[in-house]
Write a protein of this length. Sequence first.
Length: 240
Amino acid sequence: DQETRDDEETQQDQETQQDKETQQDEETRQDKETREDRETQQDEETREDKETREDQDTKEDQDTQKDEETREDEETQEDQETQQDEETREDQETQEDEETQEDQETQEDEETRKDEETQEDEETQEDQETQEDKEKEGEVEEDEGHLEEGEVRVIREQIEPNDNNEVSGIISEDSNETIFSEHGMLYSIDRNTKNVEEKGYGEMKLFRNPCTNEMTLHMVDETTSDILCFHVIDRLTQLR
């Protein structure tokens, strides 16, 4: 019995020892697993931290790039606005210069027109006074000597042909210088109705008297030899 009891005690001790060892192994295994879990968790946290930092860096880079692009866009827009403002200012200055020049030209034209009208009025008044003086005297006084070169005698009277449709003693090609000669058709235009009437075809001649410097316009019909026109040219006559 004693031996049996000793054997049971020994067996119990062995089982206890085995249980202890098993418990220690289990604890060791658990510790190892715990350490591994901790290391895994730390690695995971480290990886997440790294990814988080990388994401932050990427986001910062993107923000920086966006800020740079925004700044460049703003600078470009400012440059464009500045260029547009400069072009607008130049256009305004050009337009103002053109308007100023047009105003000056208009003013000069107006002054020139007024001067011409004033000069024409003075010349017309002088001619009227001269004609009135001549009408009062009943004859046209002849100037002594020859007229100066370029001066034209002022005669307002319309010279009419005689009964034979001739102007005798007025035109002589031998004693007058032919300034202009051209064949053509003579027309008359009614100022009121604007109707055009043919007068005839012939040679239009412009004569200058070398002695008196008087100028006359003369045209004879080529077929009938009728006088189509005969005018004394003065300084107010316009030939067109």
